[in-house]
Every structure is written in C-alpha cells, then in structure tokens.
Design a protein around this ligand. Structure first.
Ligand code: CA2
Length: 152
C-alpha cells in the first residue's frame, strides 16, 4: 500500500476565505482540501491534509511523516520565515518536500522574502493562489513516481 502525501498548513491558514481575499483568494482551507484530494486521486495518491497554528504540532507531524508519508507538501505560513525547528524537522525527512505559498512573497514585505523551508524543499510554488496546491500535487506525483496506473 503506497504511503499518503502529507499536506501540512501552518498558522492562520484556517482563516482563509474570511479576510484579505485580494492577497489569499476566496477559497477556504476546506475548499483547498477538497480540490487537493480530487487532484491527488487522479494521480493515484492519497492525502493526509492538516492545519495547525502551533509550531511544535507541525514539527510532530513532520516527524510522523518520516515513517507515514511518501512526501510532504507544506505551506508553513509565517513559520516558513522564522522557524528553525521546522527547518530542522524537514531536514531530517528523507522524502520529497514541496513548499507552497498562496501569495507572491517577493511582492510583499522584505521579512517574507526569506524562507527556511525553501532551503530543504525540492521545489517552491509562490503567488498562484490555491492553484499552487494543485501544482504541488502534480509535482509530488512525479517525485514519488505515482500515476493513475499505479492507483492503490
Ligand atoms: O502566502 C502564503 O501562503 C503565506 O504562507 C500565508 C501566511 C503568511 O504569513 C506567509 O507570509 C505567506 C499567512 C496566512 C494568513 O492567512 C490569513 C487568511 C485570511 C485572514 C487572515 C490570515
């Protein structure tokens, strides 16, 4: 049985769809989860989709992924810019990592221009809104060698 891809979301992403639609779009995180699972199914991939506002919880899930996931797609939210703990946990994960940000970090404040996660991610998708998550699933399918013919 193929292991699922973990899709991990950091702080405040539970608020998507409620404020700042011009920056983050109108989709809620539940909308994104639904779309991600549908896209993953077309690749024969299973998804574990989670969100936490707590750094240590995200670290725990990344550690869990060492045994339980085939790869990790992560929108670390603001922790991407600050968290060495999340960087260390991801560095210890010997699986493909794709980083996603809804907004284009490079058109925003300077403190958003650097990401610790980018240092350990195979690829980074920024500025494409919720489409970025779907592109990350497509990329992950290639990275973990999944295809509809291999559906489990
Ligand atoms: O662009 C992204 O995906 C971010 O990871 C979103 C984070 C931000 O701190 C990163 O720099 C970039 C923040 C998510 C906050 O989302 C909200 C949505 C609606 C209302 C309030 C916050």
């Amino acid at each position: 049985m193929a292991l699922p891809v973990y899709v991990l979301n950091g702080p405040n992403l539970n608020l998507l769809g409620t404020r700042e639609p011009e920056v983050y779009g109108r989709a809620t995180l539940a909308d994104i989860e639904k779309a991600v699972k549908a896209r993953a199914k077309s690749h024969g991939l299973k998804i574990v989709f989670r969100q936490s506002n707590h750094e240590g919880v995200l670290v725990d899930w990344i550690q869990e992924a060492r045994e339980a996931a085939s790869g990790v797609i992560i929108n670390p939210g603001a922790y991407g810019h600050t968290s060495i703990a999340i960087f260390d946990a991801l560095k210890a994960l010997d699986k493909p990592i794709v980083e996603v940000h809804l907004s284009n970090l490079y058109q925003r404040e300077a403190f958003r221009h650097q990401s610790y996660v980018s240092l350990v991610a195979k690829g980074v998708i920024v500025g494409l809104g919720d489409m970025g998550y779907l592109l990350a699933v497509d990329a992950m399918a290639q990275l973990v060698g999944s295809s509809p013919g291999k559906r489990k």
